[in-house]
Write a protein that binds this ligand. Structure first.
Ligand SMILES: [Ca+2]
Ligand SMILES: [Ca+2]
Length: 409
């Protein structure tokens, strides 16, 4: 990848140089107008007006036809330390509507934390610390931008050993006491992490699937409904009308399903009947027009399923990832332009996107814990090295050496 672009640049520079030298000589000697394809004479030439002279004329603008390409242009991701214990990966990462990152994570087995980044600084505090054995949290936002966290909490009273809880940040100061915590009910099954998915609607009502149970407080009190089958590694979404839907792997059948409550009761559709790919998260994203998209890995490829009308179509990516990091913790998302972005969990992680039409892959040393594309169309990643957590932010890689340092990133 990195070799392709410098070769192209070199070819362009050579062509321009050979044409220019001949034409420059002709112009100087004869005083005639340069021919149409002639390069201008080298007198501080800055064709694209970005303030940098072209390579051809001894400057350092590696593309003098593109004002966005020049030394010092933004081509890198920034990295800063982020709160949290790097040893544990039960992390839920999400952006609010303004693009600010938020985290909730399980530290050890008994401490549930929340963090957000505002005015370039991270603040964090415990939601529920040193109380019980927790499972992994799921973070989402209501229409007012308030965070909600759903998490399993161990209990001897439940047959599965866990209850599902909902914590909502109240209006008070940023402190653990400001979280209003509600027990939704017993988790359907042990290992509640892989069976738990949740989302919040605009009014702040919670929608949770735990295995084969659906919890909601739409009516003002918590209601539990049975589902047809056990949902594994799923994600939920709620549309603007408040209709919940969920994509998941059906256990034990193994096929990928989509269920929606659009009719008032749950109806299940088969998205991908193939078995054996059920270890990847089924990531459900509703596009602006309301159409559901499901992103997941099947073996080493990324699958993008979309429902148009009544039919699901599945597109398999040309990108082949090796089996490294294959599992439920890879992060996949879709941007507003419909392009896929993903990062792999096992470090060194790979971030990949098909935004430019071709797949562009970038490696970074950390493990990827979370990935989102902000409303400003920039990449944001929550990551962890062996010693600390990092928050990465920067432009969507386009394969172009934007800052003329000889590398595409
Ligand atoms: Ca220039
Ligand atoms: Ca330029």
């Amino acid at each position: 990848m990195k070799g392709a672009l410098p070769m192209a640049l070199l070819a362009g520079a050579c062509g321009a140089r050979s044409t220019g030298i001949g034409d420059d000589d002709t112009d100087v000697d004869s005083g005639t107008q340069p021919s149409i394809d002639a390069a201008p004479p080298c007198d501080g030439v800055d064709t694209d007006g970005d303030g940098f002279v072209s390579l051809r004329c001894g400057g350092d603008d590696c593309d003098d036809s593109d004002p966005l390409v020049h030394p010092g242009a933004e081509d890198e991701w920034t990295s800063e330390a982020m709160p949290g214990d790097p040893d544990y990966f039960g992390t839920s990462f999400a952006l609010d509507a303004a693009g600010a990152p938020h985290l909730s994570w399980l530290q050890g087995t008994s401490d549930l934390y929340y963090a957000s980044r505002n005015s370039d600084a991270w603040t964090y505090y415990g939601i529920r610390v040193r109380t019980d054995n927790h499972g992994w949290p799921v973070l989402s936002f209501d229409g007012a931008g308030e965070p909600h966290v759903v998490f399993p909490l161990s209990t001897w009273k439940s047959e599965s050993g866990f209850d599902i809880w909902h914590a909502k940040k109240g209006p008070g100061p940023d402190a653990a006491e400001s979280w209003v915590q509600t027990r939704l009910g017993p988790a359907a099954l042990p290992e509640p992490d892989i069976y738990l998915s949740s989302a919040v609607d605009r009014e702040g009502h919670i929608h949770v699937v735990s295995g084969d149970r659906y919890f909601t407080d739409v009516s003002g009190k918590v209601v539990v409904e049975p589902l047809e089958e056990v949902a594994v590694n799923g994600t939920m979404a709620v549309d603007a009308a408040g209709t919940p839907s969920v994509a998941y792997w059906a256990y034990p059948k193994g096929s990928l399903r989509f269920a929606t409550r659009a009719s008032g009761s749950w109806e299940v559709e088969e998205v991908d009947a193939r078995r054996g790919a059920g270890y990847s998260d089924a990531v459900l994203i509703l596009a602006e027009d309301g159409s559901p998209h499901v992103l997941y890995r099947s073996g080493t490829t990324v699958q993008h399923a979309v429902r148009e009308g009544d039919a699901w179509t599945v597109e398999s990516s040309a990108l082949a990832l090796d089996a490294r990091g294959l599992g439920g913790r890879d992060r996949i998302t879709l941007d507003a332009a419909g392009a896929v972005h993903l990062c792999t969990f096992v470090g060194p992680s790979r971030y990949a996107t098909n935004r430019s039409g071709d797949w562009i892959v970038r490696e970074f040393t950390d493990s990827c814990l979370g990935l989102a594309i902000g409303p400003d169309d920039r990449v944001r990643i929550a990551a962890a090295s062996l010693s600390e957590r990092h928050y990465l932010s920067g432009p969507i890689p386009d394969g172009i050496d934007q800052d003329c340092d000889g590398e595409a990133f």
